[in-house]
Design a protein around this ligand. Structure first.
Ligand SMILES: Cc1cc2nc3c(=O)[nH]c(=O)nc-3n(C[C@H](O)[C@H](O)[C@H](O)COP(=O)(O)OP(=O)(O)OC[C@H]3O[C@@H](n4cnc5c(N)ncnc54)[C@H](O)[C@@H]3O)c2cc1C
Length: 488
């Protein structure tokens, strides 16, 4: 028997769930839409993976979120206002440089005093920020389609030291990426736009701030008195971990959500609808939908679209997702060199440390470890270390334990309690050179498939807040498309 719906959403990660929530919410005010969310796993959340055991609570995917207005509004809408928690935004972040943890300078004054950069390095950064920047030129740039890599852009603007000691570790922390391959404009759009305004990054930031619409204009979510106010730099989660959000959205979807439904084929019909074929515990199921939103990762979407739109499929194949392991280890606090007060530490390459960075999990949010224990969540692998994919879990733990022993642990610290080793074979999409061209080709190719939308983290922003905003935006497109067309 074929189910018939207005909108089929494939994937119940944060992208698919935000979109479903927005469509469902609009339905309360406008004409109700029949929607179905189909998820191949037996749980919702996708990358969001909160786990608990023996009094510990940890994350194996994303650790926290930046409280964007849309994400905050979503959390409040689904009844999580009282469960929101925020880490102290003043908690320092550290970079491990030349055998020392150095605080990341967050203000110009801190930058002057910082031991992370040499005096010439600081002067170079200052002059660059003030606009003494050589123009981007050369054959290499034209070979790259006029785009600069993250490495090229930041070296030119702020110098090699800022690039190596601040930007590169930050790139590891967000993308687990390679600054020599990532597109500066795609991965750091806000910063490159400041430079485009002319006069260096400082002038660009000031001009950009002047051009910003007054707070709240055009963003109903900011003005909503029900949504708690947050400050820049704050990081959020929920009591019970990040999974509280997908689970709360899923609870509202009730039987409009199907778990263990794996999309195997998608066809287009003569009456301009789509037929989706699922493998489910109850056998094969078919759904006919007027609109379909694929929130699956690029490499899966590529397979699904191959028969329908081979050119879009081949563009999607070009997105790379490096392997990253999330290793969550617990140590008795007596084994840690000092009381850890901070967000965590990142490690530039070339320091003899393989781990990319460590979040001091139990220092960030309260009640995440039993008294006397320190939980450390480390990320290892990424675009510059593909060899991590060849190690087994025990070997990965030993790599991380050895690195932690150098940075955070007392000599002779015992082996840790291993809470998790989650190897994300394909972790985070890389916004490498050519990213915008790829997005344009996808948009052009999808014109031949009206009513079919993509909504996933390879499209423009990997952070949870970006996924929620994109989900809300795509919901609007879907609604407009359906409004413009008659019913079945
Ligand atoms: C290790 C790691 C750490 C991160 N840290 C942070 C962080 O601290 N803060 C932050 O903001 N962001 C972080 N991110 C990024 C963020 O978590 C992701 O960008 C976001 O969760 C992606 O959500 P999504 O819904 O687009 O995709 P996904 O979460 O991948 O969801 C896609 C869903 O589609 C389902 N699916 C796949 N194929 C099929 C099929 N054939 N049929 C049906 N369903 C299917 C999958 O099972 C999955 O549930 C991190 C990501 C990773 C991997």
């Amino acid at each position: 028997m074929t189910n018939v719906v207005d909108t089929l959403i494939v994937g119940a990660g944060i992208s698919g769930l935000s979109l479903a929530h927005a469509l469902q919410k609009e339905a309360k005010t406008g004409s109700p839409l029949k929607i179905l969310v189909a998820e191949s796993q037996g749980r919702v959340g996708g990358n969001i993976t909160t786990a608990t055991a023996e009094g510990f609570l940890w994350e194996e995917g994303p650790n926290s979120f930046s409280p964007t207005p849309e994400l905050m509004k979503l959390a409040v809408d689904v009844g999580l206002k009282q469960k929101l928690i925020f880490a102290d935004r003043k908690l320092p972040r550290y970079v491990y440089w030349q055998n020392k943890l150095q605080p990341v300078p967050m203000t110009p004054q801190a930058m002057v005093k910082s031991g992370l950069l040499s005096f010439p390095g600081k002067l170079r950064a200052l002059f660059g920020a003030l606009g003494f920047v050589a123009p981007a030129m050369g054959d290499r740039l034209s070979q790259q389609g006029g785009e600069e890599t993250v490495s090229e852009f930041f070296r030119r603007h702020l110098g090699t030291e800022v690039m190596q000691r601040l930007v590169e570790p930050f790139v590891s922390g967000v993308y687990a990426g390679d600054p020599q391959q990532l597109s500066a404009a795609a991965a750091f759009g806000r910063v490159t736009k400041m430079a485009d305004l002319g006069g260096g990054l400082v002038a660009g930031a000031l001009l950009g701030a002047r051009k910003k619409p007054p707070l709240g204009k055009g963003l109903k979510t900011v003005a909503d008195p029900n949504v708690p106010k947050t400050k820049p730099g704050e990081l959020g989660s929920f009591k019970g971990g990040l999974k509280a959000l997908p689970e709360a959205i899923a609870a509202n979807l009730a039987d409009r959500l199907k778990l263990n439904w794996h999309l195997t084929r998608l066809d287009r019909t003569e009456r301009e609808t789509y037929i989706a074929v699922f493998s489910t515990p109850d056998g094969q199921q078919e759904v006919e939908a007027r609109t379909v939103v694929l929130t699956t990762p690029a490499y899966i979407t590529a397979e699904l679209l191959q028969p329908l739109q081979p050119s879009v499929s081949s563009v999607l194949q070009a997105f790379t997702y490096p392997t990253v392991a999330c290793v969550v280890l617990a140590y008795p606090v007596s084994d840690v060199k000092q009381k850890l007060v901070g967000f965590g530490n990142l490690i530039p390459r070339g320091q003899g440390i393989r781990t990319l960075g460590t979040i001091w999990t139990s220092s960030l949010f309260a009640d995440r470890a039993p008294a006397g224990w320190q939980t450390l969540s480390s990320y290892i692998g990424g675009a510059t270390d593909s060899g991590i994919a060849n190690l087994d879990a025990a070997q990965i733990v030993q790599e991380v334990h050895r690195d932690l022993s150098r940075i955070l642990l007392k000599p002779g610290a015992a082996q840790p309690k291993v809470l998790a080793v989650n190897v994300w074979k394909r972790a985070i999409p890389q916004y490498n050179l050519g990213h915008f061209d790829r997005l344009q080709q996808i948009e052009n190719g999808l014109k031949s498939l009206p009513g079919l939308y993509l909504c996933s983290n390879y499209l423009g922003g990997v952070a949870l807040g970006d996924c929620v905003s994109r989900g809300f935006e795509r919901a609007q497109f879907v609604r407009e498309y359906l409004n413009d067309r008659s019913e079945f």
